[in-house]
Design a protein around this ligand. Structure first.
Ligand SMILES: Cc1cc2nc3c(=O)[nH]c(=O)nc-3n(C[C@H](O)[C@H](O)[C@H](O)COP(=O)(O)OP(=O)(O)OC[C@H]3O[C@@H](n4cnc5c(N)ncnc54)[C@H](O)[C@@H]3O)c2cc1C
Ligand code: FES
Length: 243
């Protein structure tokens, strides 16, 4: 874990209530896809956790949905702004188990960590399929970005305005896969837990306090005892989850 000052290079609205930040700073502590950073905002006691979407040589990309006071403040920030950010948090996804045809499933604010994961799996020669789930067409983002890096992309929208009508689990029925990785709202994770035909890894974007293992505010029960989502997670494997 490392604290650093990052400079906001760009802040772009990419879909309904959804913003892409590119920052520059020391991102050397970010070592695995699925890790997150914790952002200090003036006027807020708790830092706001956001998953790493991409991280390459001094450049960090984050994508967030404006859902409350903190993320709305982030949405209004301009290039040049300096931010105090904790990096290198969480365990991240493990790539070893993926097999040849991993399936990546992101729902809404759970889509961003799938991007760096897809890039790394593709660089290992894996045939990656990504299912991106959203409520409606105006919420869809990063379809082209995933296609550009060589992933096969399936979009599912709950109201059917783009791609497959329905939930990510409806889109999963037609895909053959060797392993899966997922991140998204808990009802989506639970549905994937029930319907998936292989093992896989789940990332939990729970509410957090400190974000680095000190307050126990994110503790959850697993088959192997209590775990802190921020430090022992946010990624848990299917076999250890109790649902
Ligand atoms: C490990 C981790 C990674 C995350 N990665 C991303 C990401 O990549 N992109 C992104 O958009 N968001 C992500 N989140 C969620 C993000 O941290 C919250 O949306 C943000 O902290 C809300 O702050 P706020 O001040 O805007 O909202 P608040 O005023 O704190 O809350 C406003 C509303 O948002 C809801 N909310 C707050 N936190 C969460 C949460 N963690 N999950 C679901 N609903 C929440 C509240 O219940 C409330 O209804 C992540 C969370 C965690 C723990
Ligand atoms: S948020 Fe404090 S221990 Fe996890």
């Amino acid at each position: 874990m490392k604290t650093g000052i990052f400079e906001l290079i760009s802040n772009k609205k990419i879909a309904k209530n959804t913003y892409e930040w590119v920052l520059s700073g020391d991102n050397s502590d970010i070592t695995a896809p699925g890790q997150f950073v914790n952002i200090q905002l003036d006027g807020f006691y708790l830092r706001r956790p956001i998953s790493v979407c991409d991280s390459v040589s001094g450049k960090l990309t984050l994508i967030f949905k404006a859902v409350g006071a903190g993320t709305e403040k982030m949405a209004s920030m301009l290039p040049g702004e300096k931010l105090d950010i904790l990096t290198g948090l969480g365990n991240g996804y493990s790539l070893r188990e993926s097999g040849d045809r991993p399936l990546l499933i992101g729902g809404g604010a759970g889509v961003p960590p799938m991007y760096m994961l897809a890039k790394e799996l593709i660089s290992l020669g894996k045939k990656v399929t990504v299912i991106l789930g959203f409520g409606s067409k105006d919420e869809v983002f990063y379809k082209e970005e995933f296609e550009k890096i060589g992933a096969s992309v399936i979009v599912a929208t709950a109201d059917g305005t783009e791609g497959v009508r329905g939930f990510v689990t409806d889109a999963m029925k037609d895909v053959e896969y060797t392993y899966f990785y997922t991140c998204g709202p808990e009802p989506m994770l639970k549905a994937i837990y029930k319907t998936s035909t292989t093992s896989g890894q789940f990332s939990f974007e729970e509410r957090m306090g400190c974000g680095f293992g000190a307050c126990m505010g994110c503790s959850c029960k697993t088959k192997y005892g209590d775990k802190r989502i921020c430090k022992d997670g946010p990624v848990l494997v299917k076999e250890e989850i109790i649902w």
